[in-house]
Design a binder for this molecule. Structure first.
Ligand SMILES: *Cc1c(COP(=O)(O)O)cnc(C)c1O
Length: 351
């Protein structure tokens, strides 16, 4: 059988779970999808996907979008007016990796807050909310990442989110959950996605991370919010046609790739414990599918270390001067983990 994934078949790609590739079964589901004109609600596969996601996430309605970035930005656009302020963690994707879109598209101010593991508590939020005064921007939206990405893949406890939600609602703010890895959080904590959904106004699921689809995110919210989101989707050019081909991959992911996220979490823990035994490598606590390495004791920079892994056909991502991230996903198995351990030990011993 010819390879589906030329030319990087042998690469152990720990750069991100975005590097997971659609499996043969997923591709078959895509090929067989029943399709129609998505932007006229005539695509039955998209309709099935959004209906399923709305109930999974505990909201009235949902909308299919090309990417998590568009889901975050549409959330900002539906909740905020130009000049409003959004509050998010200093390490968040929304503030760091979306090309300045909150400013460029929505004309909003951003206010970053700090806290361990990419999280913050209700008191921190409280302190960041502006008093109401004509001179000040209006604090309008708080966005949290479940799981935290640069925070180490940590899972926000439901209690913390509930407290955040109360503070935000008292202040007249909306709550958005950036659920790029929401299902990792749900699987790791045993909490239903709908329980997270009950504490926010909008949240989305990304299908291109650990869920292994090539495309897609679904944003959920009230019927009114999603209607408003449709206008922005149209304006941004995110309205589609025979998108059922893509939605079929997402449906397949919900059917086949959710429970197995526990394998990625187990593999992350295994990789962490293997690497922790190598002198010079410091490992941050593992929460879900991410392993963060501190290589400062080796005297190498993170980028030199990553380059030294290249001849072993291994790639991580550089997340700081001496900080590397390895993300586990469905294309990384136990054999690959052993390969990584051997390579890291070899790089350390040859430095
Ligand atoms: C990847 C990611 C996004 C963006 O998702 P895309 O589908 O790549 O646009 C948003 N937030 C977080 C935390 C992410 O990791």
């Amino acid at each position: 059988m010819p390879s589906l994934n030329h030319p990087t078949e042998s690469l152990v790609d720990l750069y991100s779970d975005t590097k997971s590739r659609p499996s043969r079964g997923m591709r078959e589901a895509m090929a067989n999808a029943v399709v129609g004109d998505e932007q006229h609600f005539e695509d039955p596969t998209v309709t099935a996907l959004v209906g399923r996601c709305a109930s999974l996430l505990g909201h009235e309605d949902a909308i299919f979008l090309p990417s998590g970035t568009m889901a975050n930005e549409i959330a900002v656009l539906v909740h905020c007016q130009p000049g409003d302020e959004i509050i998010a963690h200093a390490t968040s994707h929304l503030l760091n990796f979306e090309g300045g879109a909150p400013a460029a598209l929505a004309g909003v101010m951003t206010r970053s807050v700090d806290g361990a593991l990419g999280m913050f508590d209700a008191d921190t939020l409280s302190a960041a909310i502006r008093p109401q005064a004509r001179h000040l921007p209006v604090s309008r939206l708080v966005s949290i990442e479940q799981t935290t990405n640069l925070g180490g893949g940590a899972v926000w406890p439901l209690d913390t989110l509930a407290d955040i939600s109360v503070v935000a609602r008292d202040a007249g703010m909306a709550v958005h959950v950036d659920g790029a890895r929401l299902m990792n959080a749900a699987v790791a904590s045993g909490t239903s996605p709908a329980a997270y959904g009950a504490l926010c106004d909008t949240l989305y699921l990304d299908f291109t991370k650990g869920l292994g689809a090539p495309f897609g995110a679904v944003l959920a919210g009230s019927r009114e919010t999603i209607q408003h989101a449709w206008r922005w989707k149209q304006r941004l050019g995110g309205s589609m046609r025979q998108a059922g081909i893509m939605a079929a991959a997402c449906v397949y992911a919900l059917d086949h790739n959710v429970e197995r996220l526990a394998d990625d979490h187990r593999n992350a823990a295994m990789l962490a414990s293997e690497l922790a035994g190598i002198g010079g490598i410091k490992i941050e606590p593992v929460h879900t599918n991410m392993v963060y390495l501190d290589v400062s004791a080796t005297g190498m920079s993170a980028s030199a270390f990553n380059d030294a892994l290249t001849p072993f056909s291994i790639r991580m991502s550089v997340q700081g001067p001496a900080r590397l991230r390895a993300v586990l996903h469905l294309d990384v198995d136990i054999v690959a983990i052993e390969k990584v351990k051997v390579a890291v030990a070899s790089v350390v011993s040859r430095r």
